[in-house]
Structure formats: C-alpha cells, structure tokens
Write a protein that binds this ligand. Structure first.
Ligand SMILES: Cc1cc2nc3c(=O)[nH]c(=O)nc-3n(C[C@H](O)[C@H](O)[C@H](O)COP(=O)(O)O)c2cc1C
Length: 318
C-alpha cells in the first residue's frame, strides 16, 4: 500500500520537475542562449516556406509574413553558431523568388528578396542548401537499409486513392519489427480511408494545410498507456510509439508509397477531440498521424530540409 502511495506521489513530483525543466529550457526561456533559440526559430519559419513550395499547388505570394520574419531574423543571427539556418532560409527565399518569377508575378516583396539575397551572396556563397529538391520514386534501388533510409522524404503530393487493406496490413506488419521495451508492443495504429473522417481528423491536426484534400489514407499512431506504470515510465509511450511510427514510415516507402508525418503537438482537449473523431479508446496516448498513399506522380518536389553535419550534433565523449 505504502509503495503504491509513493508511486502516486512520484508521478506528481516528476510531473512538477518536468514542468520546471521545460520552463527553464524551452524555446521562450530567457535563460537559454539566444543563438541556440534563434537557430530553431529560423529553421522552423524557413521550413514553412520550403514546405509551401513542396505542396501540389503553392498559392501565389503565400506566407509573406514568414518571408519577412525569416529575412529579419537571419540578419540578426550569428552564422558562426551554425550555417544551417542561413542555408535553409536563403535557399527557401531563392526558390520562392524563382517560383514567382517563373509564374510571371511581380510584387515589391520579391524585389526586396532579390536585393537581400544579393547582399548575402558575399557572406555565404551559393549553392544554398534549401528550398525544394527534385525527388523521384523511380530508379532508386532500395536493396539496403541505407538506400531505404536515404530515399525517405516527407511527401506532400499524394494520390487520394485508398490503398488495398491487405497492403496496409503488410506495411503495419513490417513496422511491428520495431523494438519495444520488454517487447511490450504497446503501439497501436488506426488506419482511415473514409474521406470525410480523414478531413475531420486533419482539421484537428492542422499541419497538412495545402495538401489535406489529397489525403485518402491516414494513420494515427498511438500507444496503450496501461503498458506503463510508475513515475519513471511516464514518457515511454512516446519513445516506443515514435520508434514504431518511424518504422511505419520506412515501411510505406518500401511499399512504393509516399508518406508525411503529421505532428500531434496538441493539448488534452484536442487529443480528446481526435480520439472522438477517430474512434480511438481513451486509454491510448496519441503519438502522431501519418498521411500516406500512392505518389501523385513518380517525380515530385520535396522540401530540401538539409541536415546538419554530424559533428554539429554529436559529442564523442572520451
Ligand atoms: C513528429 C513529426 C511531426 C511532423 N509534423 C508535420 C506536419 O504537421 N506537417 C508537415 O507537413 N510535415 C510535418 N513533419 C515533417 C517534417 O517537416 C520533415 O520530417 C522534416 O522537414 C524533414 O524532412 P524529411 O522528412 O523530408 O526528411 C513532421 C515530422 C515529424 C518527425
């Protein structure tokens, strides 16, 4: 009895310490190095531009506020911290400019971007790793895990046709090869092919704006909370669930489908609303959604999303 009470108290005290740690180090915290915070903020905003350009039919002059924000924030940023935000921003702005020039559009903001990019060329010479890149589902051998990993990208140009259920099960069975703590296998996956239900779920998610209409197959990955107990295991549903979700995305790629992870960085109210809309039991924690389907065309464009050099994120301890 006492040990159970201690566990309950531990859950509250760990939740409190989680909150303190998050407050101390989150992206709004004044106690975090400004360059570190600016690094993430610029990447996030530059990504909305590269993502906008990777949509099936980008809206002319979309995201003007984002464009202005990225230019202003990059001007204040110290590229000595890492040049990646500059590559992403300049590449995205360059692609934004080219997209509109090709469409024969003119706007004072486009002139501003052109002047801005010229000024940056001396500081960070082209080619900039940003904007969009060509992606093909054809001609890429997938004979090894390395090739499969290198060929996965978030695909936002999908065909809405529902995939055969036996193929969907095949992909899920592949994803079940993911490791899980003590082989608990607490991950769950809900698959949807009804267009109306998918639209209702995506409306609650929000991150698929601009391509939601083309989603005809959707996974919601969740994890059964009853697999976990005690304060130390409070985040394990997310760990196992995310490993499963990653394997599911690789499985989709191996089936020749496109897939796009969709965040569920949401509050409890929205999580409940998604559970209700998706018929998901109350005891499952939602991990993420994955839009998937046949690619709209074998050749497409994807957001560049460059990776940092490994040495920037790794610490090899003696
Ligand atoms: C947990 C998670 C949530 C994501 N949420 C979204 C989203 O809501 N909408 C979207 O278009 N892309 C989303 N993405 C895709 C990322 O933008 C993408 O993975 C990143 O830019 C790297 O590009 P890549 O997947 O093509 O390698 C998400 C990715 C992850 C891992």
């Amino acid at each position: 009895m006492l040990s159970k009470m201690l566990k309950v108290a531990g859950i509250f005290s760990e939740a409190f310490r989680d909150a303190v740690l998050f407050l101390r180090f989150n992206s709004y915290s004044p106690f975090v190095d400004p360059s570190r915070r600016a690094f993430y903020k610029i990447i996030i905003e530059a990504h909305t531009i590269e993502k906008g350009l990777s949509l099936p039919d980008p809206k002319p002059m979309f995201g003007k506020d984002k464009v202005r924000f990225v230019m202003a924030a990059l001007s204040r940023y110290d590229i000595g911290h890492s040049p990646i935000p500059a590559h992403m921003s300049l590449g995205a702005l360059d692609a934004y400019l080219n997209f509109h020039t090709r469409a024969g559009l003119s706007d004072p903001l486009l002139d501003e971007i052109s002047v801005y990019l010229k000024a940056w060329e001396a500081r960070l010479p082209r080619p900039w790793k940003g904007g969009t890149r060509d992606y093909s589902f054809q001609g890429q051998p997938l004979n090894s895990l390395q090739q499969l990993m290198a060929s996965r990208s978030s695909i936002r140009t999908l065909r809405p046709t529902p995939l055969p259920p036996e193929r969907v099960y095949e992909a899920i069975a592949l994803a079940q090869l993911a490791p899980s703590q003590c082989n608990r296998q607490s991950s769950r996956v809900h698959a949807y092919q009804d267009r109306q239900r998918i639209q209702a779920l995506l409306a609650l998610q929000g991150g698929s704006r601009g391509f939601a209409e083309s989603v005809g197959n959707l996974f919601v990955v969740s994890s059964e909370i009853c697999a976990w107990g005690g304060p130390g295991q409070r985040n394990q549903a997310y760990v196992d669930g995310a490993l499963f979700a990653m394997c599911l995305m690789f499985a989709c790629r191996s089936m020749g489908w496109g897939a796009c992870p969709l965040n569920l960085a949401i509050d409890h109210k929205t999580e409940d609303a998604i559970r209700r809309a998706g018929g998901i039991p109350a005891g499952e924690r939602l991990i993420m959604m994955i839009a998937f389907g046949e690619p709209l065309a074998p050749d497409t464009k994807v957001a560049f999303s460059p990776r940092r050099p490994a040495a920037e994120i790794a610490t090899l301890h003696a």
